[in-house]
Every structure is written in C-alpha cells, then in structure tokens.
Design a protein around this ligand. Structure first.
Ligand SMILES: Cc1ncc(COP(=O)(O)O)c(C=O)c1O
Length: 390
C-alpha cells in the first residue's frame, strides 16, 4: 500500500471561509468582506518601527517565549488597560499569531481522546485545533434570548463527560459580535472551576468594543476575575487591534506551568515569532492608542451604516453587535449558507463568509466583516440587499 495522508489529518475539515475565499480569489473585482481584516494597511508608525528593528539587528533567533522586552511591554499594557499584574518572565508567551497561540494552548490541555467544549457559532480554527490534537469537539450554541446572544449553562452541564478537559469561548465573538457580561464571565469561570476544566478565552477582539462611553476602553479580560493560579488561558493577537494581520504576531497568557510548556513547544512549531515583528509590536503597544480610537470611530460608523442597510432587506434579522467587526445576519429561507454565498459571489461579486463555517448555530446566516472602507462597503451592501430582496 502506498503511503496515505494520515486519516487523523484528513479528519480535520478544510475551513469553509477559506473555501469561499479561494473561489473569490480566482475572480476579479470582488468586494472582499469574507476575511476578518481591514482594507487599510498597518499604520505607518508600526511599519517604521519594523524597518528600524531590522536596521538595529533584530534579525536573529529570539527566546521561544519571545523577546523579554516585548513581554515586559505586554505586562505594562495589561497593568494600564486591565489593572492586571502579570509576570513577564513566566506568564506571557509571544506567539507567531493568535491562531498559533490558540493551537499551542489547546495542544497543552488535551490528550488524544479528551473532549473540549466550544461555544459556537465560533471562528472555526479553535475547533480545528481541538481536532488537530486528536481530541473530540463538543459544540454548544449561544442561544438568542431577549434580543441578545447568551450562554446556555444547562446545555454546558449536559455537555460535560468524564474526559472533558477544556472549555473555549470567544468574547467579543467572531462572528456574533456578542460580548460576555461580567456575570457570564463569572459563570464560565465558576463552571470551569467546578468541573476541573481549562478555560480558554479568545480575547483577540477585546479592543474593538462599542458598549462603552469612551471608545478605546477594552472589554474586561477574564484575567480580572481569575487568579494567576486558575487554569485559565487567554489568546491574543496584534492582527485586529493594530491592523497587523500579515505580520503573524500574537501572545498567550496562562498559568505558569502551561505557559512554560507552550513556550517549549513553540520550539518545534515555529520557534518564535519574527524578531523584527516582535520589536514593532512593542511600538504598537506603547504608541497605538490614538490610532485605535480613530479606527474605532470609523468601525462604529461602518457598523451603523451596515445595520441601517440591512434594515432595508426583507427576511433578515441581525442584533446590533457590541464588539469585534462583524455582522451575522440570519436570512429566513436560507438553508445552505455556503451555496447562498457562492451564488451571491458569482452574481454580485460580493464575498461573504457562510454561517455554516462557524459550527453549530451558524447555518442560515452569513458573516459580513465591516472593517472595509466605505467605498467598498457601500456598493457591497447595496448589492447584498438587492440580492436578498430578489
Ligand atoms: C476569534 C479569533 N481568534 C483568533 C484569530 C487569530 O488571528 P491571527 O492569527 O491573525 O492573530 C482570529 C482571526 O480572525 C479570530 O477571529
């Protein structure tokens, strides 16, 4: 028998967002709203910092946990914005992106055959990382109650089995824009403590928060409620807050034993994030606030513009999102969201992500990323609404 691709690798499904994107990338003139990124480039001050870092010699290997200077800057950032004390020596690991933080964090919590619960609809990469660890995925959808998404704690209790080791949630949520309340965060922490689970909070959108009197105030991190001895992991990224999607730099915060192992495993995966990109990340953390507030002003306008446009569409329901940069409208009568998105793309050149890509509770909806510039959003929304209205 010739060698085959390992069935356990085959078992990890292809991302259906990518599948749609691959069709879109073979076409010209597509309004690209399928990925979670802004159409604006990384701010100039960060690009200049990377050029300077290269000129200063940041072209060599760094520690597996990342440059200590970046970890110290991250500890300062958390002290300033979240009023949380972190030890940069052993509680912070720099990673080569948020998705790599997710992957290595999950790998450190699960043995083959263990189970992980994921609150869905969710960005598919968390669930795929569970499968890549040869573990079993249990999806628990967010119910929609009284005009907002919530957490079904009864369903969570029912999803627990003897091998459940991990609970993953994302707040602000991709794709829902849902933001966990303090009570919901406390409920998740209590649930994880009672069942001896690792609690992994994906907080990559924490700065993209609109339910606050002052734009720029982050969503309170789970780290405020948890102690440093809790089995808690936070996944983070430079991608969304600083428009650095192509740079591949993120970080992970975790209990010391897990953080140490994650740094060690980094050696075998990626060794560390690019040295000059890490250095530029320090500049972003220190000097980014004015730029972040500008971006949030624009995002909020975009969100409100898209919500107003969707009100003109029949058969569509969409709650106003409180965070991140997505709308997740449900379209009555759509049973196959991939087919819907493919037709929308082919007939109108508008590229959206199909709801089915986001797991249980996602089918019947589509995800619109509203981080694009108005010149792209306006025609795209017009075409989308007339397509839906038929
Ligand atoms: C919920 C969530 N987590 C993590 C990431 C990872 O971002 P990156 O790998 O670009 O740092 C993304 C990107 O879309 C995301 O939506």
């Amino acid at each position: 028998m010739p060698p085959v691709v390992a069935p356990s690798a085959q078992h990890v499904p292809h991302s259906r967002i990518r599948e749609l994107a691959e069709i879109a990338m073979s076409m010209d003139g597509v309004f690209k709203l399928y990925f979670g990124e802004s159409s604006l480039p990384t701010p100039e001050y960060i690009r200049r910092a990377a050029q300077k870092a290269m000129a200063d010699g940041y072209t060599f290997y760094t520690e597996n946990a990342g440059l200590l200077s970046l970890r110290r800057t991250l500890a300062d950032y958390y002290r300033r914005l979240q009023k949380v004390e972190l030890n940069p020596e052993n509680e912070i690991v720099v990673t080569a992106s948020g998705v790599q933080a997710l992957n290595v964090g999950i790998r450190c919590t699960l043995d083959p055959g263990d189970e992980a619960i994921v609150l869905t609809p969710a960005w598919p990469n968390g669930g795929a990382s569970v499968l890549m660890a040869n573990a079993i995925l249990r999806e628990v959808p967010h119910p929609f109650r009284d005009g907002r998404y919530a957490i079904d704690f009864d369903a969570l209790e029912q999803a627990i089995g003897p091998r459940t080791r991990l609970l993953i949630y994302t707040s602000p949520s991709n794709p829902l824009g849902w933001v966990a309340t303090d009570e919901e965060q406390a409920g998740l922490l209590d649930f994880a403590r009672r069942h001896n689970l690792w609690l992994l909070a994906d907080e990559v959108y924490d700065r993209l928060y609109y339910r606050t009197p002052a734009l720029g105030t982050p969503v309170p991190s789970i780290l405020r409620l948890a102690t440093r001895d809790d089995a808690v992991i936070v996944v983070q990224s430079f991608s969304k807050t600083f428009c650095m999607t192509g740079w591949r730099v993120g970080w992970l915060i975790a209990r010391r034993d897990l953080a140490r192992k994650a740094a060690e495993l980094n050696e075998f995966i990626i060794s560390h994030a690019p040295s000059f990109a890490q250095r530029a990340g320090e500049t972003a953390l220190v000097w980014g606030e004015a730029e972040i507030r500008n971006m949030l002003g624009r995002l909020k306008q975009n969100r409100d513009f898209c919500l107003a446009a969707l009100r003109k569409a029949s058969r569509v329901t969409v709650p106003p999102p409180e965070g991140a940069f997505y709308l997740f409208p449900r379209i009555e009568g759509v049973a196959d969201s991939f087919d819907f998105c493919r037709r929308l793309l082919e007939e109108t050149q508008v590229g959206l992500a199909p709801g089915v890509a986001f797991g249980a509770g996602g089918e019947g909806a589509v995800r619109i990323c509203y981080a694009a510039q108005p010149e792209i959003l306006q025609p795209a929304m017009e075409r989308f609404v007339s397509f839906v209205n038929g």
